[in-house]
Design a protein around this ligand. Sequence first.
Ligand code: NAI
Length: 258
Amino acid sequence: MELTTTTAIVTGGASGIGAASARALAAEGATVVVADLNAELGEALAAEIGGVFMGLDVTDTDQITTVVEETAKIAPLRALVNSAGIANAIRTIGRDGLLDSAFPLDKFAKVVQVNLIGTFDMIRQAATVMSRNEPDENGGRGAIVNMASVAAFDGQIGQAAYSASKGGIVGLTLPLARDLSGAGIRVNTIAPGLIDTPIYNHFPDPEAFKAQLGAGVLFPKRLGRPDELASMVVELITNDYMNAETIRVDAGIRLPPK
Ligand code: NAI
């Protein structure tokens, strides 16, 4: 798929993998809409890449409507990257036998709301707008890439909510690709391994945590760089024969229990 006359929405585009994807799609010629909660970083990135920042909380369905409709007014919307995501690490039960110490249900729901339901709401609305596009020479009207995680397959202790949300994205990929095939829209998912981004800043002592995680990587023995994920995003958006697939980009890591 050719991107030079199109818009591309990147949710979570202000930081980490989303920001690297926004830069890479802009380098391919797309007008990128950086859609994120973080206006300060998002506006700076949009200015850097000649794109547009739009404030977005992916749990707000009306905000999604505004973003997809406003984007399509700039140029046909043909690409969506769902990179907005949050993580937490909470064990399912406490050590003291008290029900109050069990995983707080609102924290479980929040992760599912942002990562899974937010991703699906973006897809159902963006794909509706894409379905109005003129088909290209292959009959294509758009391409979508989601960010799951290797935790969808080998979630660690404390990752019940995160793994459930990301496993849900993996599960959505084939039925969505089937649903959208008639409209000429492809759907693929990436399962990143351990990528060095600000997502780990919410954990206590992020540098020690990342060093511990990186020790389990097969080869190369380090955390991944966001641009190493962005190159896969570009491939999945532009390669017309990629559809309905989930690809691990993880240097061979298989996460241990902890
Ligand atoms: P990050 O924390 O650097 O960036 C996430 C972005 O999402 C931030 O700019 C944040 O403001 C935005 N965001 C969070 N909640 C939002 C909401 N409700 N609405 C709109 N935007 C929201 O994270 P990173 O590492 O770039 O992660 C990107 C995606 O990749 C996430 O879905 C994450 O779960 C996934 N991933 C990351 C891995 C890693 O090792 N960094 C590993 C596996 C998956």
